[in-house]
Design a binder for this molecule. Structure first.
Ligand SMILES: *Cc1c(COP(=O)(O)O)cnc(C)c1O
Length: 374
């Protein structure tokens, strides 16, 4: 079976170094805080093109902490995309603010700036774009809108490590960028972990303080506010420090896999491969094709040993969790249309070209046999 993501293959490629790094954390009993955390924060900030990085327990906390420390709370509205993982909107609600859902673009899975602008009210305080699948959102237009209306921008980069838009790294366009190192993400820990990047030293200090129980930076025995406990642990930092130097090469491999899929699928007029923006550097956390044979492929490819998935079958406002949200029954024309045809194929740095060829051929065969039987 070709999995969607192969964590085993990734571990095998660095087994010795990772095992040693983990053993050293245990030997040192460096489970919480310590030098590995500081090393990771500094290296991740550098690689992401930001001045500061604050490590936290997971990507959802990274969002919640950033929103809270921007002063967002009850009565505020934050405009985000209708198509993402629930963390995106959940973290807005956790602050007491209200998520307002915008449609995605016609040709891309990312938030539609025109719809964002139409949704702005006097209560809107921020825009929360998601660089979904590793595809950067239209940050030029979103920044221009945010500036004109005096709104903050927090970028959800959980799926977009090292992606750029117009040459500028994701996560550095607005006040903060948030990352997840959930094991299956482009940079994955061996458990939960996350980070916030920012170019503001003041914001970095504030978020770090809140994430560590509001501990006073100057006095061990004082707390300047009540915060939360959201720390990256030493074992995760040790694993991430081993993996981080490989992230650029892994990202190039993902882009290479995407190129191979494109050439393998180019002859089928029934398949649209993900469009890559001219000024956007897509990092392919997900390789999502569009085809009217989606349901047929979803059923037949697993029988041929190929894992496939949908990211995400239900739009956020349609989830049961939002049964009482004013947009629960609203239509989102672009996202609804895309959701009828979207299918995610296996993609990970270790996926071989032989495997992409097997997958592409299986897709084309499935579609032709379906066409023949109709
Ligand atoms: C994975 C993910 C998150 C949350 O990250 P966790 O580390 O699992 O909390 C947030 N947003 C998006 C878009 C994600 O894919």
């Amino acid at each position: 079976m070709i999995p969607l993501v192969d964590l085993q293959a990734n571990y095998r490629s660095l087994k010795k170094e990772i095992d040693e790094a983990i053993q050293q954390v245990i030997t040192d009993s460096a489970f919480i805080r310590g030098s590995r955390i500081a090393t990771f924060e500094s290296a991740f900030a550098d690689l992401s093109g930001a001045d500061h990085c604050v490590s936290v327990a997971n990507g959802t906390d990274a969002l919640y902490i950033s929103l809270r420390m921007l002063g967002i709370g009850p009565g505020d509205e934050v405009i985000t995309t209708c198509s993402s993982w629930i963390s995106t909107s959940e973290s807005i609600s956790q602050t007491g603010a209200t998520p307002v859902f915008a449609d995605i673009e016609k040709n891309y899975p990312t938030i539609d700036p025109d719809h964002v602008e139409a949704l702005i009210t006097q209560n809107t305080v921020a825009i929360l774009p998601v660089h979904l699948h590793g595809q950067p959102a239209r940050m030029d237009r979103l920044s221009e809108i945010a500036e004109r209306h005096g709104l903050a921008i927090i970028e959800d980069c959980a799926q977009a490590h090292l992606a750029t838009f117009a040459g500028r790294p994701v996560g550095t366009w607005g006040q903060a960028g948030t990352f997840s190192f959930y094991p299956g993400k482009n940079l994955g820990a061996f458990g939960d972990a996350g980070a916030i990047i920012t170019n503001s030293q003041e914001f970095a200090e504030k978020t770090a303080c809140f994430a560590r129980h509001g501990a006073s930076p100057s006095s061990k025995h004082d707390h300047v506010m009540e915060g939360i406990n959201s720390r990256m642990d030493g074992l995760q930092a040790a694993v991430l420090n081993v993996k981080l130097p490989h992230l650029r090469a892994w990202t190039e491999n993902r882009r290479e896999v995407a190129r191979h899929y494109r050439s393998g699928l180019v002859d089928s007029s029934s398949i649209t491969c993900p469009k890559s923006r001219e000024n956007g550097h897509h990092v392919y956390h997900v390789f999502e094709i569009l085809t009217k044979y989606r349901d047929h492929l979803l059923e037949t490819l697993p029988k041929k040993g190929i894992s496939v998935a949908r990211h995400y079958p239900k739009l956020l406002p349609r989830l049961q969790a939002y049964a009482h949200h004013p947009q629960h029954r609203e239509t989102f024309p672009n996202a609804d249309k895309r959701n009828l045809e979207a299918l995610s194929l296996p993609i990970y740095p270790e996926l071989t070209f032989e495997q992409t060829a097997v997958i592409s051929d299986a897709i084309i065969t499935c579609i032709s046999s379906s066409q023949a039987s109709n």
